[in-house]
Design a protein around this ligand. Structure first.
Ligand SMILES: Nc1ncnc2c1ncn2[C@@H]1O[C@H](COP(=O)(O)OP(=O)(O)O)[C@@H](O)[C@H]1O
Ligand SMILES: [Mg+2]
Length: 340
């Protein structure tokens, strides 16, 4: 099958996406597909004739994820002056020529439904969930409202627009996050007024809307759902601090345990909540939900990730491995979903 692995882009998770793309590309090649990797924003300016038939190593030039999220101004400056629109040269053309697009994008303009909506209108098969559920899941404020409406336990919180007056303050310690962020970029814990002001300024760097919620002290987990059915629970224990950008992508900085060492009833409860989140947000095909559990064993869902990471430290592939599904098999399953 001819597959475009779409990666990169202009979100804060650009680097993560390129590594997800590289891993997916290598898996698809092993599975016998004719794959290419395209940066959705920078595109490809070389010769596109018979591009899927050529023996190019598209993954070779992709390095590793640095400790900090990338400088996006640098990426934007790489585009030719006068280039219009988001899609880079030849991206749409090659996506149309392919049998399917494997979405390896994370964050804005990738995980938020816009590209999915474009592809739907153009009749291009793509992996992952559809545009409505992607858009609802990308915005943590909307996600929380849907959680409240569906009795899905989530930390108590508020939505706040930049410059808007706060009606209700969340008690300290609280967590402040950019509404449409990802990979913990723009997420900070605030324990006092001073930290709170800094935390809000940090979140508003990335999005004009923030979500402020109760800080849950305890253990962290994640649960993938494939086709409506929960995978095993994975526990995430950073060696230092919380599960921030560095702890997410620097190998060895976080201990991941799958299946998580928690009582069976807690596993069942978390899996059941993950499946309810999947239904409530009208997710399709696959997604991964993030959770916290406090010291009393109460479970809170933080968010849904509709294009979860596929890097060497990523959680969904580890959960799949725990039920005997290899990375290559996981990619194949996800690719098949594109045709439903
Ligand atoms: N309410 C909370 N209580 C404690 N920790 C939190 C809370 N919300 C977020 N975190 C921490 O911040 C990380 C990122 O938050 P999350 O809501 O998953 O956003 P994203 O992963 O999209 O950046 C979580 O993995 C967790 O470690
Ligand atoms: Mg998360």
């Amino acid at each position: 099958m001819k597959v475009v692995v779409l990666a990169g882009g202009t979100s804060t998770e650009r680097d993560v996406s390129l590594i997800s793309g590289k891993m997916i590309y290598n898996a698809l090649k092993k599975n016998g597909h004719k794959a290419i990797i395209l940066d959705v924003y920078l595109g490809y300016e070389g010769d596109t004739d018979d591009i899927f038939e050529k023996d190019t190593d598209w993954a070779g030039s992709i390095a590793k994820i640095s400790e900090k999220n990338p400088n996006l101004d640098q990426i934007k400056a790489m585009r030719k002056a006068g280039t219009k629109g988001f899609f880079g040269p030849n991206v749409i053309k090659l996506c149309q020529e392919a049998d399917a697009v494997f979405m390896a994008l994370h964050g804005q303009n990738g995980e938020d439904g816009k590209i999915q909506a474009t592809f739907e209108l153009m009749g291009i098969p793509y992996t992952g969930t559809d545009f409505v559920s992607a858009a609802m899941s990308m915005d943590k404020g909307i996600t929380k409202d849907i959680f409240y409406a569906n009795n899905i336990p989530t930390p108590a919180g508020i939505r706040l627009k930049k410059g808007e007056k706060e009606e209700r303050k969340v008690p300290f310690p609280c967590i402040v996050k950019a509404a449409c962020g990802g990979s913990s970029v723009g997420v900070t814990i605030a324990r006092n007024e001073h930290e709170y002001e800094l935390a809000k300024a940090e979140a508003f760097k990335y999005d004009p809307e923030a979500v402020i919620e109760q800080y849950i002290e305890g253990r962290e987990f994640s649960v993938g759902v494939m086709d409506g059915k929960a995978l095993p629970v994975i526990e995430i224990a950073p060696k230092q601090g919380f599960y921030d950008y560095k702890n997410k992508y620097q190998e060895g900085s976080t201990v991941e345990t799958c299946p998580a060492d928690i009582p069976d009833d807690k596993t069942k409860e978390m899996q059941e909540i993950a499946e309810r989140v999947f239904a409530a947000l009208r997710l399709k095909n696959y997604a991964r939900m993030d959770f916290m559990m406090n010291h009393d064993g109460e479970i809170f869902c933080l968010e849904a990730n509709t294009l979860p990471g596929m890097t060497p430290t990523s959680l969904l592939p580890q959960e799949a491995a725990a039920v005997g599904v290899s990375f290559e098999e996981l990619c194949e399953k996800i690719l098949k979903f594109a045709f439903r």
